[in-house]
Ligand binder design. Structure first.
Ligand code: PTJ
Length: 271
């Protein structure tokens, strides 16, 4: 594979570096080829939300942390993209929330299972569930994904997943689990099937959730429930879509956004 050194001065240096990381993860067997395509779709939606954590995302992240803290059996589901982009942060978040981490792959193969388990072990984390030796079956999920850990997804009451296809989100919701989804596309089936939809890049969402967890873990059950009671996922999703519409309207009237006009659009949207 041809490699280039990305100059710091390149206006899209950060985004190009993330792409490089994903290519490395592909070569290591962590990411699947389709994961690169999924990432491209995500980049497009990230562009539309201004590549920042907007207020609708922050609200969902807070509700998600409260839900995970209130859960009896919280599980964070890990696929190739999530592992490639933020394994370190996922380990920290799972420890703060006392949540299990479980590998669940759409394109499951022994090579990928091994590569992802190795990545987590290298980071000092031995508790990744979902390998071949500890599997139960779960109703309503397809093929390789139906195989889950009896200590994890099988008994989970709350599942957080990221960069996922809609079928899986729908199946887990139908099983009565609380589903939290990180998905940059507010129009996706995942976005509408989840109980809490975080329209944000996983690269920003997980570090933000770590900060929130450090604070919310000391709050009372009553306070956490209050956060959830004031959260409305449909309203929040409508706000995300409205935000994109306002931005596109502004661009169609005033021309392409520069970093300055972007800030102004966001101000206008907030009113
Ligand atoms: O690792 P595997 O085998 O389990 O395969 C996983 C993939 C990603 C291939 C699979 O789940 C898939 O095909 O996903 P989709 O259906 O392409 O959906 C991915 C969604 O995640 C899309 O709506 C993207 O906009 C969104 N997305 C992509 N990158 C990010 C993202 N959302 C948040 N953060 C990102 N970095």
């Amino acid at each position: 594979m041809i490699r280039v050194k990305i100059p710091d001065t390149h206006p899209r240096a950060e985004s190009l570096r993330v792409r490089e990381r994903l290519i490395e993860a592909l070569e290591a067997g962590v990411l699947t080829e389709s994961g690169l395509i999924a990432h491209g779709r995500g980049e497009c939606f990230d562009y539309l939300i201004g590549e920042k954590t907007q207020s609708f995302a922050l609200r969902a992240e807070k509700a998600a942390v409260a839900t995970l803290l209130l859960a009896e059996h919280p599980v964070i589901s890990v696929n190739g993209n999530a592992a490639a982009l933020c394994a370190v942060e996922l380990i920290e978040l799972s420890s703060l929330l006392d949540a299990k981490l479980e590998l669940n792959l759409f394109y499951r193969s022994a090579r990928r299972e091994k590569a992802i388990s190795k990545l987590f072990r290298k980071l000092g984390f031995e508790g990744l569930l979902g390998n071949r030796t500890q599997r139960a079956s779960i109703r309503g999920l397809d093929g390789g994904r139906a195989k889950v850990s009896p200590k994890g997804l099988l008994i989970a009451d709350t599942v957080m997943l990221a960069i996922e296809d809609g079928d899986r989100t729908l199946s887990l919701s139908r099983l009565g689990k609380n589903v939290i989804a990180i998905d940059l596309n507010p129009l996706s089936r995942t976005a509408s099937a989840a109980s809490i939809t975080i329209v944000d890049n996983i690269l920003r969402a997980i570090p933000r959730m770590i900060e929130l967890a450090k604070d919310l873990r000391y709050r009372s059950t009553w306070e956490l429930r209050e956060i959830l009671e004031s959260y409305d996922n449909s309203k929040n999703l409508r706000e995300a879509i409205g935000f994109i519409r306002t931005r596109l309207n502004s661009v169609s009237q005033n021309g392409s956004p520069t970093p300055n006009t972007l800030e102004r659009e966001i101000e206008l949207f907030r009113g």
